[in-house]
Design a protein around this ligand. Structure first.
Ligand code: MV4
Length: 452
């Protein structure tokens, strides 16, 4: 096992990783920006190292400073968390070349999955279902042929995009050339890579993702699925649950088997997530693979009794994954609500400032992953998530009731939050019935004024 790990992140996930390391007897080094001197992750780590001024580009994304911090403090490994440098293949490579174990998969796998068109091609070769698509578009004529074959509407996607950035719906051939030019221009401006491909647009899909774990000896298992269909406009998840409601058992087992096949095809080692779109007819299609720990990992931990972050560290330290697939069984149902510092009525505009009194929920079946406390500062420079509340109970109706009780206990003063929106979601009939899809929140709960 490692002696000391540097956590190249902040907020609740830095705290989560410090907790896992502490339980493994591994010492921790936090990094922080000048805006985070009083942050909880800095207090909880054994050592802390300032890596730069508040803007992330100068601190949490500052590779030379982070590598210097790792060298000065003499760590064995670096855990990137999620966001920031977690899916930056160059960073994974630099960690390795400086003698620090990157707690994640091989840099080549991070690079492969970071290019959405190459990831899709690789998955198709491995026999994993993918949405009918075009491959990289070289000409308007090629695009028109695809549109004529597949039928409209189609969806243009940027290969460098991911997470919905640079996507564009085209409803008819007459709008295709303009759509391609706009999407490619946007992708070039955002990612420095204007390559795009086209897919048939799926109507009312659900977002269902499968957690996988692989070790460095070729043992790969899945840890079930999560439904993440409740998303804000702009493709940010707001509420996640495990298992996915109303998923046919046969489809579920095919989905999980496809995820294991996908991970094996790339010799995946560490924790990863295969994202799928599930159509109303039950057909599912690979979308993306995330090569990091996900924000929503706690719902899987709650229902499967597995510590995913501890396994990330153990696998990176060269230990064998001793969990067998036969031992993976869901127990009950878990829901996670992301409590963000956002003004929902102003298109989810991020809020920042000094928090007043903070009262977080507890009691049976409630877990809170957070880095906030009464009087803490919420800096304007980073992600607006303040806390994740996770409710687990014997079945979905009980988990919903428990989450409503937990939200009721929660008080966060000083900034606007998403708590009231979560209460509306949990009280709605379609959610209660488990009949939602990726644009449901936007279409059914947010009024046009709130859609950005
Ligand atoms: C799609 C789709 C419908 N059809 N692809 C959005 C994020 C990116 N990872 C892929 N996304 C989508 N791809 C086809 N062919 C609908 C979405 C989509 C979506 C997917 C997952 C979660 C939320 C979403 C919200 C809007 C659209």
């Amino acid at each position: 096992m490692f002696d000391k790990v540097l956590i190249a992140n902040r907020g609740e996930i830095a705290v989560r990783i410090i907790r896992a390391c502490r339980e493994l007897g591994v010492r921790t080094v936090a990094i922080f920006s000048e805006a985070d001197r009083d942050a909880l992750h800095v207090r909880l780590a054994d050592e802390a190292f300032c890596v730069g001024p508040p803007p992330a580009a100068r601190s949490y994304l500052n590779v030379p400073n982070i590598i210097s911090a790792a060298e000065i403090t003499g760590v064995d490994a670096i855990h990137p968390g999620y966001g920031f440098l977690s899916e930056n293949a160059g960073f994974a490579e630099i960690c390795t070349s400086h003698g620090f174990k990157f707690i994640g998969p091989a840099a080549a796998v991070v690079a492969l999955m970071g290019d959405k068109a190459s990831a899709k091609r690789r998955m198709q070769e491995a026999g994993v279902p993918v949405v009918p698509g075009s491959g990289i578009i070289d000409s308007d004529e090629q695009a028109k042929r695809f549109g004529a074959d597949a039928g409209y509407p189609v969806l243009i996607k940027a290969t460098a995009g991911g997470g919905g950035k640079g996507m564009r719906i085209v409803g008819r051939e007459a709008d295709l050339a303009a759509g391609l030019a706009a999407a490619s221009g946007e992708a070039h401006a955002a990612f420095g890579d204007g390559r795009v491909y086209i897919e048939k647009l799926l109507e009312r899909p659900r977002h269902v993702e499968v957690q996988v774990l692989g070790d460095e000896f070729g043992h790969v298992i899945h840890v079930g699925e999560r439904d993440c269909s409740i998303q804000k406009p702009g493709h940010q998840k707001l509420l996640e649950e495990a298992p996915a409601p109303n998923l046919d058992p046969e489809i579920r087992s095919q989905l999980c088997a496809a995820a294991v096949k996908a991970a094996r095809a790339v010799d995946y080692a560490n924790a990863g997530t295969l994202e799928f779109l599930v159509a109303p007819d039950g057909r599912f299609y690979f979308m993306e693979m995330n090569t990091r720990v996900q924000v929503e990992h706690p719902v899987t931990e709650a229902v499967y009794g597995i510590d995913l972050v501890r396994w990330q560290v153990r696998i990176a330290a060269g230990e064998r994954l001793t969990v067998r697939q036969e031992d993976i069984r869901p127990r009950g149902h878990a829901i996670e609500c992301r409590i963000n510092a956002e003004d929902v009525d102003s298109g989810f505009r991020p809020a920042s400032g000094k928090l007043g009194t903070v009262v977080l929920p507890g009691g049976p079946g409630i877990r809170v992953d957070s880095a906030i406390y009464s009087g803490a500062d919420v800096p304007p420079y980073y992600d607006s998530m303040l806390a994740k509340i996770i409710a687990v109970d014997r079945d979905r109706p009980s988990a919903i009731a428990r989450m409503r009780r937990a939200l009721d206990e929660t008080e966060i003063h000083g900034v606007a939050t998403t708590i009231a929106l979560h209460e509306r979601i949990l009280a709605s009939a379609p959610f209660e019935a488990g009949r939602t899809w990726v644009t449901w929140l936007r279409e059914y709960l947010l009024q046009p004024a709130a859609v950005s």
